[in-house]
Design a protein around this ligand. Sequence first.
Ligand SMILES: *Cc1c(COP(=O)(O)O)cnc(C)c1O
Length: 366
Amino acid sequence: MSLCDLTPPYIRAIAPYQPGKPTSELQRELGLNHIIKLASNENPLGPSPHAIEAMGSLLETLALYPDGNGFDLRSAISKKFSVALPQIILGNGSNDILEFAARAFLGKGTSAVYSKHAFAVYPLATQAVGAEGIEVPAKEFGCDLEAMVDAIRSDTRVLFIANPNNPTGTFISGPELRAAFERVPDHVLIVLDEAYTEYLSAEDRYDAIAWLNDFPNLLISRTFSKAYGLAGLRVGFGLAAPNVIDMMNRVRAPFNVSTLGLAAAEAALGDSEFLARSVALNQAGMMQILHGLRALNLPYIPSWGNFVAFKVGEGLAIYQKLLHAGVIVRPIANYGMPEWLRVSIGLANENALFLEVLGKTLKQNA
Ligand SMILES: *Cc1c(COP(=O)(O)O)cnc(C)c1O
């Protein structure tokens, strides 16, 4: 019997996360020199200039460990969102936050509830600790909140909800969300993943952070990877009651956020001009892409994020053809949507090129 046959069965059952194809990989494979990547919901503007400047001044200090408590960044978050320091935990990406929740609150004999077509990390983090995942059927590709709360069992310890959801872009209004939370029992940690919250329009915006006072079992997860433009650095944070954060800190690796990540995130958090520019660019780009998808007669799911899922029939085949034309989008068959692709909103010229190449590809296929 080999060493690997001795790993727990729940580890062997894991299907690893499939990231978007990096530009460098496609370059290597096909020798293309002009490639656009609209596959991982990254900010097409790059990082905030303030973040770049903050990192530049720190290169000489990199022989030293970072501040393991992330005091400056946590203080900036505390100020910006009016939460106390003990309510804040930093992660190596918000992926880290989701895993802390799973490691601290789940384990053998427990279960987590999430929606079909939800972010792939929820089942992964659940499986990795030997807990059972309860996948609740979606409602028009979005979370069926009522059914999710009804699916909670006595052994359930975590409820994962992304709002807006990835990869479908669907959104649940603040009042609906809050009403559902009222029905969640105290023994369940509500993990509200708000990776795309910055993109919400003024009328859709809701303030889940203010709800922390009412729900001692609420954890809000945020990221610097999307609207703040720092995906490559890996920084996110979680907000919850101090006792929840304390449990999560017990499973957090020391120095989980790097010196550069801490400084860049702090600078990006203060750069409201960049954030506004990113959101405005996304709004315009979303209109451009939706207009193009309608012109091609392709069904799509209205999206509240910086990406949109659209239906092409044979997702993987179209994805491959787009790759050969130098356009990387995301197949989402592993999310139970083999007929769909997901495209991230890029710069105007990237969106135009994507639509042009997609149009040509579909014509060849017809
Ligand atoms: C992109 C994304 C994240 C953020 O991942 P990071 O680890 O912070 O880069 C979290 N949740 C959802 C739903 C996402 O789409």
